[in-house]
Design a protein around this ligand. Sequence first.
Ligand SMILES: [Zn+2]
Ligand SMILES: [Zn+2]
Length: 348
Amino acid sequence: MHALIKYGREDKNVELRDIPQPTDPAPGYVVVEVGAAGVCGSDLHMWRNHQSWAIKLPLVLGHEFCGTVAAVGADVEGFAVGDRVAVETAAEVCGVCAFCHSGDYNQCPHRLGYGALYDGAFTQYVTARQAILHQIPDNVTFEQASLTEPICVAYNALVEKTPVIRPGDIVVIQGPGPIGMMALLVAKLRGASQIVMLGTDVDRQRLAVAGEIGATHTLNIDADDPLELVRSLGDGYGADLIVDCSGVSIALQSALEMARPNGTITKIGWGPQPLGFNLDPLVQKAVTLQGCFSHLHATWERALALLASGQIDLSPIIGGVYPLGEWEEAFERMEAGVNVKSVLVPAT
Ligand SMILES: [Zn+2]
Ligand SMILES: [Zn+2]
């Protein structure tokens, strides 16, 4: 079967290759025929070899996916051939460490994530353990369900980890990529009254989409001053919550300026660049700075419920659906900011 493989550590060391199709799943595992797989900003980083996380090589890319159960191993309960399932990203965890025992398996030190340390989903069939499967509601399409994972990233950061958003709050989101857009949708559901989406020159089209899906203000930081905008809102003391989805370390400096005293900065985006500024504003304004990573089982059920109820509508975000053979166009259109999100359909 065809698979999109990162084979080296140079720019664009990614190509389609043939790999063996998984059959006969082990006890507790199923084989999923991939129905759709979302292209993540992190896939673009790995394509360009800009990733700041550990990966194996060669690697089948892709970690946002769903599909149809094609084979079921022994001891699997509650899932049968033909079921439509969304699959979490933690392909393997150890099951015996302190984090696994306490249910926080997203922090398992032995976690192997699809499309990073475990072969991913930009291919036709993937093996998955039962614990990470979720039934897809009948009215949710594969294209939508493939984006459950980025919804979970935003939901985990803005709801599970940030119980402080109140109706009436001012929320600033740095970076209108897919995760920034999901953060915008979740902030809106939480009742934020002003939502500012910040981008750069390359984000013109993405900022327009952000306006369509609920940002009250959008701003290109290459052209205008975000601090001035944020201080013009509410009582003028700054934003209650800043969500960094930019993937650029220096965004933290601007976040510290925009945060109001006792405000919160939630960091979702990664960034390999070291920082060279002082953190005194964090102390003086008593700002809470927190990191957020991945998600857990209950968040997946909630994200799928939001898709089923229509409270989250992804249609303005999905810029294009492509067969696996056209992966390069799918990647390029996301990198150029034309598509907020590209989705690959490996069976076509
Ligand atoms: Zn992702
Ligand atoms: Zn563990």
